[in-house]
Design a protein around this ligand. Sequence first.
Ligand code: CP
Length: 324
Amino acid sequence: MNFLNTLDSDLAQLIASAMRFKAGDDLSKPLAGKSVALAFFNPSLRTRASMQVAVYELGGNAVVLEPGGTSWTLEHREGAVMDADKTEHVAEFVRVLERYCVAIGVRTFAALKNWEEERTDPVLNAFAKYASVPIINLESAMHHPCQSVADMMTIREKLGAGRKRVVLTWAWHPKPLPMAVPNSFALAAAQMGHHLIIAHPPGYELDEDLIETARRHSSVEITNDIDAAFDGAEVIYAKSWGAKQFYGDADRDLAERAQYRSQWIVNEDKMSRTDNGIFMHCLPVRRNVIVTDGVIDSQASVVIDEAENRLHVQKAVLAELLRG
Ligand code: CP
């Protein structure tokens, strides 16, 4: 059993388990005497720190590896002739690690070079293919499920149970970013039965198949009007992402998005249109670019609680996968 995206688990059960860990009602140590490998191809603050703490607090030991940094560069393509810069294949990396560790967490971002390839999550799926221990997605090209379950837990804590009016809004950022967070947020919000409104400029559509999947779970509206999207919202979730059509050509994306800088920001005016909405972001966030100081420092902002919930959710994920 793996945790590659939010469809791999019952989110309500995971959140209930995370809440028990947070309240101190679950003091179990399902990882006692066990180790978990955490492979980070990309930088991290929250995911890395919260996974290390989660493994430790469940009685285990975290082994952090940085392929291409403090561990060997990794090839993931099947049948690759490894005569270039890659030193080790994921096949051996995984098979060796599972002799030491009971699960492997992987962070591997999109390179934003080739949409059709990256949307298949090739690196993460290579790990899943070769592993016989659970693989936990710590943010791949397409999904960031640990983040989005923590987001859903935060909405549940702040606003109670039931269907909410949830807005996922694109925001201007000085460079194109991957879509994993908005994809997972959209999917998880729909799985939880929320009414989801996705606001983005024309050309910044999320993956069509993913939206279709979300629509099978709940109602999804898509709009290019950021101001109208905020009307009556109970949750504002801000995130920037790159346009699929410009993968491999960042300069064209930058030229296209330049027109959106002043309008596509979460500020006090927009928040005043909401129904006392909470402000959410996965962090890290660029202040006064994605969101104004006035919003992120206001009572409406729940970003630090959201980050804390990463710890509790990841304990729940680890416990679900590894409780013997
Ligand atoms: N939200 C999130 O995944 O943060 P990090 O990139 O710092 O891990």
